[in-house]
Design a binder for this molecule. Sequence first.
Ligand code: TYD
Length: 215
Amino acid sequence: MPLKTKRTGRLVTFEGSEGSGKSTQMSRLAARLEEAGREVVTTREPGGTEIGEQIRNIIVHNSKGDEMSAETELLLFTAARAQVVREVIAPALTRGAIVLSDRYLDSSTVYQGIGRNLAADPVAQINRFAVGNVMPDLTIVIDVPTEVSLARIRQRASDLPDRMERENIDFYKKIREGYLVLAQGLPDRFAVFDGTLSPDVLEKKIWATVRERLG
Ligand code: TYD
């Protein structure tokens, strides 16, 4: 299905390493927008649709996951993205809603492209094929030092870290750096926040940026 949305809504994506606190901040932003009377649709990647959740299980929890090639991983993540953008995001934007997505195409650029060393061009093309013209209006990166995000991951209530979270510290340093470089190159779309701030302070800063950038 070609994607040509005529949209009146806005797409805001949240990016960052695991343990950056982006999911908490995303729900806080959703609450503020709803209080302001806006229709808000939240979604997460990989997932957000039934097909996407099935794909997520293959990638994240598959016991054979360690044998998955970087190319397969990229195609699975972008397959889930192609689904959520058509099933959830594009229709919501057409209705005029504000869509908040916990991760979007920049996760593939950074995790598969930079983290797994896949060539940037095919990653960008595959991403583009998946999302069509549905690009974020604003991308919020929550940046935390790698040591902090790893400590937070370890403290999480969930039992065993999943496959992505077992990656070593060098991988996460690359991810952190990757987001910062990407954000520097696209300052109109990105806003980077310090994830070591208290959740309340961070929430206020994000809210101020959203109001300023989206009007
Ligand atoms: P998940 O537990 O769903 O989310 P999070 O860590 O954001 O709270 O894990 C998703 C994992 O998948 C995470 O390690 C990042 C990774 N990922 C990619 O490598 N590429 C992608 O395109 C996406 C969307 C996620």
